[in-house]
Ligand binder design. Structure first.
Ligand SMILES: [Zn+2]
Length: 444
């Protein structure tokens, strides 16, 4: 799968977090089902915004791009997103892009103007497929531009001729740089090949970015993505999040303010095509759900859930094979039926919560083994969604620590009655007490 990545000139915003979580969840799930996933996401490291930012800061473009790319990966790691196996950068593909533009000009699909090279979209079969509009209606709705050299307002730049002081590369049309829509076509076809399975991105990329990517591939006689997947946007306090509305908030901000796993829960709770609302309230609510899930590991530590998660999260993603762990057959079928239905993550998560309830009920009814088995299943399915559980041991308070010391003293003095009384006191405080070679061990 090819997913459009960031243009690195600023800190990642909350919408980027959703984009990455959506495709991370998809990738992990596909791997969980046994598919090998080759995940490619690009980094746009040359563009108008980067040039503008570099000028403002009095720094070079590569320097600015490198700094914001580092922030990008830091946030994605905090979200628990797996890195794509390939991260092509636009500046590494200039030669290939020049070659594609040359091909398109040679085929009579593109033309040169005083400021660049443009694709003539009227010549592209099926232009408007992703926008789900005809060429005529797109043309009627297009913004009228000052550029009189373009044959249609819908024609877009494949190559931009350099202006004074801008980064530029050699080409048959003089020095310049590629248009944004060109990099994704070249990189996806190079790394994944013609007719690759899935192309993803946000709903806002559907038109014109993805339409224009497809148009270039079609104009060049190549089979492009076989499926497209576009996720919904993020709302902050009821309005679409965007920089122009002034409600722009960065992802590092959000990650510092809440459990980073809470954002994944929010994303899972909505269908990927629906908008989601990210507010302190919705995040707090997601944290409550997490607390319930974490409670599973605290109650069933012997299910080996934590170790299993570490193992499966890496194991099945790297190997591309389903985890060799037992998952309750019925729960697995319910989970897969939902996920296979256009990635119904809200339904899948609800099914896991039912499993959590069932695990607790079984243990409450005295069947610890069954409880642990169901807890184990729930943890595996959560791992398939990239959600890890934390069974962090609670801090041992001073009073409890004193009781532990006293009990160890009593045992050394062979005062077992006293040791038992102290054990009961610890249990009453909510601890599970174990005798180990090094003395009394307690855990929640
Ligand atoms: Zn793209």
């Amino acid at each position: 799968m090819y997913v459009c990545g960031p243009t690195v000139y600023d800190l990642p915003h909350i919408g980027h977090g959703r984009a990455n979580l959506t495709f991370d969840i998809l990738r992990r799930y596909l791997s969980f089902t046994g598919l090998k996933v080759h995940h490619v996401a690009n980094v746009t490291d040359v563009d108008d915004n980067i040039i503008k930012r570099a000028t403002e800061l009095g720094r070079t473009e590569p320097d600015v791009a490198a700094e914001f790319e580092a922030h990008w990966w830091e946030s994605m790691e905090a979200l628990g997103d797996l890195r794509p196996q390939d991260v092509p950068h636009a500046t590494q593909y200039i030669e290939d892009m020049v070659a594609l533009v040359g091909d398109l000009v040679g085929r009579g699909m593109a033309y040169e103007t005083p400021d660049g090279v443009y694709l003539e979209v009227a010549k592209v079969e099926g232009y408007g497929l992703l926008a789900q509009q005809s060429l005529e209606s797109l043309q009627a709705g297009a913004r009228v531009e000052a550029n009189e050299d373009k044959r249609s307002p819908l024609d877009f730049a494949l190559w931009k001729k350099a202006k004074e002081g801008e980064p530029s590369w050699e080409s048959p049309w003089g020095r310049g740089r590629p248009g944004w829509h060109t990099e994704c076509v070249v990189m996806s076809l190079d790394l994944l090949g013609e007719g690759f399975d899935l192309h993803g991105g946000g709903q806002d990329l559907k038109f014109p970015h993805h339409e224009n990517e497809r148009a270039q591939a079609v104009a060049d006689g190549k089979a492009f993505a076989r499926h497209w997947m576009h996720h919904g946007w993020v709302e902050v306090e009821g309005t679409k999040m965007s920089k122009s509305l002034g409600n722009f908030s960065t992802l590092p901000d959000l990650l510092a303010r809440s459990d980073p796993r809470a954002y994944r829960v929010l994303v899972l709770r909505a269908h990927y095509r629906s908008p989601i609302e990210v507010t302190p309230d919705t995040l707090a609510d997601a944290e409550k759900a997490l607390a319930r899930l974490d409670g599973l590991v605290r109650r069933f530590p012997d299910a080996g859930v934590a170790e299993l998660l570490a193992e499966t999260a890496e194991g099945f993603v790297v190997e591309g094979t389903p985890p060799a762990v037992d998952v309750d057959a019925e729960a697995l079928a319910a989970f897969r039926a939902r996920m296979d239905n256009d990635l119904d993550t809200p339904g899948a998560l609800a099914a896991i919560f039912e499993l959590v309830t069932a695990a607790h009920s079984a243990a409450d009814g005295g069947d610890e083994t069954e409880g642990a088995r169901l807890a184990h299943s729930a943890a595996v399915l959560l791992a398939a969604l990239g959600l890890s559980l934390r069974g962090d041991e609670a801090e041992v308070d001073e009073g409890s620590a004193r009781l532990v010391a006293e009990r160890d003293e009593a045992r050394r003095a062979r005062d077992f009655a006293r040791a038992d009384t102290l054990r009961d006191e610890l249990v009453a405080r909510g601890w599970t007490v174990e005798d180990t070679p090094s003395g009394t061990a307690i855990r929640r």
